[in-house]
Design a protein around this ligand. Structure first.
Ligand SMILES: NC(=O)c1ccc[n+]([C@@H]2O[C@H](COP(=O)([O-])OP(=O)(O)OC[C@H]3O[C@@H](n4cnc5c(N)ncnc54)[C@H](OP(=O)(O)O)[C@@H]3O)[C@@H](O)[C@H]2O)c1
Length: 483
């Protein structure tokens, strides 16, 4: 299948491992439904959910139906679309410690395909510690090689890809026995976000930005990710990984790479080569260039929230950071001396992901007598929520006096575009169906990303870095570049 369009002689099996989990139910099934409603799934397909839990067909149907939304179908047709989508799905319970569940599923897929060419999209919506075992059972059940399948097989894998450089290499090695690198689609869903994709058009489709996109004009680059929730039900996972592994080493670093990289030879095809070059040029994150924090109990919107160490499944004496600000420098001609400030925090006062290019101050201020200091220009890219891009400029307030004010030249998505903003998982699953890996992470990219953070992570694991407390609902501790 060369595109997502349907071919009657072909059959697509979407197999979701860990189908009972949060990611599968909240993101993957709704994204598949959205693609189905827009006609991006082939005529002949079936979704096979797989996990260890048992559900009756009715229970399973209710769970999935409750998560589907009608964004792409007129309300009157939506129930019918949901019903027909559900007829394309089954749930199978089985284990990862022996191959019989996968043997049975292979036989079922082949029966369903009825002699057509079979393509398999295999989604690992599982803790990454289970990937090698699951991959081995899939191999032993004859999915790869032997009786295998006749068409392509593509494996989508979710972060975290290991815990540090060494465990990432081990994981890659363990998976290589069953899957080739060309079959692996490592997902960072931030690369599927509309505004993040628009960074490429903003930078490379507009002549005006290029002359300013360098150390001569940019004083610093800030990438901030704030969440107004605690760890909720993901306490056990989060306490093992922490904010640097969960958000900074992947989502923030990926956005930094798109902001800082050189011109790719083509978009999106050449983007990964340029991202890797920039990632390799970054300094190692040092503890003296990082501020770490952990939330204590606090108030937000009139509600009291528990301290991190009182969350379910979190160790009471945990030192895991829920907040981090780290400063990196790129050792290249474009960015030498410009700090890339990466900041991520849970339990903060608002939910916001934003990139800011803070420009240098003007050399002379002809309005000094009237206005005091002129504000620095800023290009702000709001990734979520309420997507927008704006340029903060100094302007004259209307009136007879020369009063200078800061205002924004703004592209506000909701005001300007009538189109739906697709969920990142819709955009990325469509790329998997097309067989385009440009928006997925290559292993050398992850090597470079882990190399930046591994020494800091080891120091944090050994409690060698101070973790300051901050109140839930605040914006984290005072940082190097933050008041
Ligand atoms: N949730 C998110 O928003 C999100 C975002 C980004 C990345 N991710 C990543 O995506 C993957 C899935 O996330 P998730 O939140 O859905 O995870 P999850 O709920 O913890 O796990 C998904 C399913 O995997 C199975 N599972 C859990 N532990 C297992 C074990 N030790 N051995 C075998 N099976 C096990 C469970 O199903 P059964 O017990 O029924 O087998 C569970 O329902 C993880 O790697 C996560 O880090 C998640």
């Amino acid at each position: 299948m060369s595109s997502a369009s349907s071919e009657p002689s072909e059959f697509l099996a979407v197999v979701i491992l860990g189908a009972s989990g949060d990611l599968a139910q909240r993101k993957i099934y709704p994204a598949l439904f959205a693609l189905y409603c827009q006609g991006f799934l082939p005529a002949s397909f079936k979704v096979y959910g797989y996990a260890r839990s048992t559900f009756s067909p009715e229970e399973w149907g209710e769970r999935i139906l409750s998560r589907l939304t009608c964004r792409y179908t007129p309300a009157a047709d939506c129930a019918a679309h949901m019903q027909s989508f559900m007829e394309h799905g089954v749930y199978r319970s089985g284990s990862y410690s022996e191959p019989s569940g996968f043997v049975a599923m292979r036989e079922e897929i082949q029966r369903d395909a009825g002699g057509r060419l079979v393509h398999v999209l295999l989604y690992f919506a599982l803790p990454s510690t289970v990937f090698p075992e699951a991959a081995n059972m899939i191999g032993r059940a004859g999915w790869t090689g032997g009786p295998g399948f006749t068409g392509w097989m593509r494996c989508v894998m979710e972060k975290p890809f290991g815990r540090d450089l060494e465990s990432f290499r081990r994981l890659t090695d363990e998976l290589s026995g069953n899957f080739q690198e060309s079959q692996i689609y490592r997902i960072d869903h931030y690369l599927g976000k509309e505004v993040v994709q628009n960074l490429l058009v903003l930078r490379f489709g507009n002549l005006i930005f290029e002359p300013f996109w360098n150390r001569h004009y940019v004083e610093r680059i800030e990438l901030s990710w704030y969440e107004d929730m605690g760890v909720g039900e993901r306490g056990a996972y989060f306490d093992r990984y922490g904010i640097v592994r969960d958000v900074m080493q992947n989502h923030l670093l990926q956005m930094a790479a798109l902001i800082g990289m050189e011109h790719p030879r083509e978009v999106p095809g050449g983007v990964r080569d340029e991202k890797v070059k920039l990632l390799k040029s970054f300094s190692t994150a040092l503890s003296e260039h990082c501020v770490l924090g952990q939330y204590e109990a606090g108030m937000l919107n009139g509600e009291r929230h528990s301290a991190y160490t009182d969350e379910a499944s979190v160790e009471v004496d945990s030192h895991t950071a829920t907040y981090a600000e780290c400063v990196l420098w790129a050792n290249n001609a474009r960015w030498a001396g410009v700090p890339f400030v990466l900041r991520a925090g849970k339990g903060c006062g608002e939910r916001k992901t934003e990139i800011q290019l803070v420009f240098r101050e003007t050399a002379l201020n002809p309005f000094a007598g009237e206005s005091g200091a002129l504000g620095s220009n800023r290009l702000v890219i709001r990734v979520q929520p309420d997507e927008k891009i704006y340029l903060r400029v100094n302007t004259k307030r209307p009136g007879l006096a020369w009063t200078i004010d800061e205002q924004d030249l703004q592209l506000h998505y909701q005001s300007v575009f009538s189109e739906q903003i697709p969920d990142a998982y819709e955009a990325l699953l469509l790329e998997v169906l097309k067989g385009d890996r440009s928006l997925f992470l290559r292993s050398d990219e992850l090597e470079a990303s882990w190399a930046i953070f591994t020494p800091l992570l080891h120091a944090m694991d050994e409690n060698r870095v101070v973790v300051e407390k901050y109140a839930f609902g605040s914006m984290g501790p005072t940082g190097i570049f933050k008041p």
